[in-house]
Design a protein. Structure first.
Length: 255
């Protein structure tokens, strides 16, 4: 085994079990949402995934009922240029005991009425909803832009958009994986042109990977193994070079 292979092995042992390839864990479709009925909790059954519980989407601090069907859209957003911390959509994801999640991305479609909010952001419970999560548009489109982790509707439409504007993408950093505790995500919208204006989300997809939480003895075994490999490598590195001796017949004198 060469030195580079040894070091790679040490790194693999030190970092623990690998996380499986990220995939879409679940998508909120809001198929059973009914206009002007049903209250502030999405009646659509949330996604079901082994080892991860999706909480229902809900609206806080907004209107009493959704304003459209098959779309999670409410009125009552602030008209101020800064978000109101008491007005948001949210869902909580809870790993099962013994499991951990490496969250990767959140993608979703959006729609606003002609007087709805122009800006929206996503935050999480990991920092008590203090900072906007990294925002981007993928693929790019002429309706949305993202700057300084704020999503913005570019066009001031005079009527409600007839279809979702897709592309809103939140990239989740290393602090989101792996995590074994519940994580709540919130979407805040603000800058409404009127309080009666609406903002809605659809097809909220959360991507990531689920893996078992390593048992303490697994960590101990990996640590002991890494120390053993490192000690072996040090002994080989510090071993003195053997000096080869070459023997042969001495030259005979000429006489």
């Amino acid at each position: 085994m060469c030195i580079s292979q040894q070091l790679l092995l040490i790194g693999a042992l030190a970092t623990g079990p690998s996380i499986t390839q990220a995939d879409v864990l679940g998508t909120f479709t809001f198929d059973l949402v009914t206009a002007n009925a049903g209250g502030t909790i999405d009646p659509t059954p949330p996604p079901t995934v082994p080892e991860l519980t999706f909480g229902s989407f809900n609206a806080t601090g907004l209107g009493a009922n959704p304003r459209a069907s098959t779309l999670f859209t409410f009125s009552g957003w602030t008209t101020a240029a800064e978000l109101d911390a008491g007005k948001f959509y949210e869902t909580t994801l809870t790993p099962a005991p013994g499991s951990q999640v490496n969250f990767e991305t959140i993608t979703f479609g959006v729609r606003r009425s002609g007087t709805g909010p122009r800006d929206f952001v996503v935050r999480s419970s990991l920092d008590n909803f203090a900072a906007n999560l990294p925002a981007g548009i993928s693929p790019d489109n002429g309706e949305l832009q993202a700057s300084q982790n704020v999503f913005h509707f570019v066009n001031d439409n005079s009527a409600t958009q007839p279809a979702d504007v897709n592309g809103s993408t939140v990239s989740l950093g290393t602090e989101f994986g792996p995590v074994a505790q519940p994580v709540t995500f919130r979407i805040y919208a603000y800058g409404a042109e009127q309080a009666g204006g609406t903002f809605g989300v659809d097809n909220v997809a959360i991507s990531g990977a689920i893996s078992p939480v390593p048992e303490p003895e697994e960590y101990a075994a990996m640590f002991a193994g890494s120390l053993g490999v490192f000690a072996w490598w040090r002994r080989r590195r510090n071993r003195p070079l053997a000096v080869a001796s070459v023997t042969g017949d001495r030259d005979q004198s000429v006489g």
